[in-house]
Design a protein around this ligand. Structure first.
Ligand code: GDP
Ligand code: MG
Ligand code: K
Length: 324
């Protein structure tokens, strides 16, 4: 029986623990996740012939290094390398919740969005074209209602599909399961521009993770040029490429993330070259965008989100006929 390691990542109060309880609660024991000061729980259950180890991580708005929770979640993702991350998103607070999503996308993790509180969205009268949002993000989205368990089975079907897709590439024989077939059908419909099972990170050289390739969050030409320059310098270290998304590291450095600098970059043989490139790019951004790099990246991410929501979300007070 194969174990699929899954971690719940999302803002505080988006329904992670409810999802955790409804998925694992009735099945087996729940223990406190050991050795941590922040609150995290681990649960185990079986579904569709797989064993699931599910971790309920602390709520975070971001994956920066500004709070113990943020650092903890980030460290868990990098060190424990969950097979699949469930990014729980509060459907009633999309703009704020999707900020974290953009950071997970930067990390190149295999993920699915649980579009939770879907009942509240339905009752609100607002409308979201979540299939289209899924296409724009390059991430599968499953509407869920953690409180009563709706959508949870479908969510775990997609997780099995993502997991099998990972093994898929390296294997001569295709693994064929019911869940995987369902997932493929789902995938072709929802994320048609992304070839299922395609090689990940073609432009990143050697990448560890074989996932459904995300659409990169486009931060605009100036920032993208800076990200590429820093990424290229970091990517000269093969061992780094196999553990991290070099794009994520580059973005974090440009955000002035001291934790990444001390824990990752300072140990590298080309540390000086990386930091020289970084400072040069930071200066360039400051001069051309007239704001510091960290702010520019935040603005670009919110710009991306707002663009995606403009195309997919209808406030009931807006007089917009797009979906009628
Ligand atoms: P967490 O902080 O992310 O772990 O969120 P919780 O699981 O503690 O949920 C926060 C609140 O939202 C609780 O009052 C839940 O009962 C409620 N909640 C969770 N999921 C849903 C849902 O799908 N729909 C609705 N209406 N409420 C939910
Ligand atoms: Mg919780
Ligand atoms: K990688």
């Amino acid at each position: 029986r194969r174990t699929i390691n899954v971690a719940l990542v999302g803002n505080p109060n988006c329904g992670k623990t409810s999802l955790f309880n409804v998925a694992s609660g009735s099945h087996e024991h729940v223990g406190n996740y050991s050795g941590v000061t922040v609150d995290a729980k681990e649960g185990h259950f079986d579904f569709q012939g797989y064993h699931f180890r599910l971790i309920d991580l602390p709520g975070t708005y971001s994956l920066s290094a500004y709070s113990p929770e943020e650092l903890y979640v980030r460290k868990h993702i990098i060190e424990e390398t969950p097979d699949v991350i469930i990014n729980v998103v509060d459907a009633g607070n999309l703009e704020r919740n999707l900020y974290l999503t953009t950071q997970l996308i930067d990390m190149n993790v295999r993920m699915v969005i649980a579009l939770n509180m879907y009942d509240a969205l339905q009752h609100s009268g607002n409308k979201l074209d979540h299939k289209k949002l899924s296409q724009l993000l390059g991430v599968p989205i499953v509407p869920t209602i953690s409180r009563n368990g709706k959508g949870i089975e479908e969510l775990f079907h997609v997780i099995i599909g993502l997991y099998e897709g990972a093994d898929f590439k390296g294997q001569k024989e295709e693994i064929e399961t019911e869940a995987l077939r369902e997932f493929r059908t789902w995938h072709d419909e929802y994320v048609p521009d992304h070839k299922y099972g395609s090689t990940s990170g073609e432009e990143e050289g050697i990448e560890t993770q074989n996932y459904i390739r995300h659409i990169h969050i486009n931060h605009g030409p100036k920032l993208e040029r800076a990200i590429d320059a820093v990424k290229k310098e970091i990517g000269k270290n093969e061992n780094i490429r196999s553990k991290y998304s070099t794009r994520f590291l580059a973005i974090k450095l440009l955000e002035n993330d001291k934790d990444i600098e001390t824990s990752v970059i300072n140990n590298l043989p080309n540390r000086d070259e990386i930091l020289t490139t970084l400072h040069k790019e930071e200066q360039r951004i400051k001069l051309s965008l007239n704001e510091d790099c960290e702010q520019a990246i935040t603005d670009a991410k919110y710009g991306f989100i707002s663009g995606a929501l403009k195309e997919t979300f209808i406030d009931k007070h807006q007089n917009n006929e797009m979906f009628t």
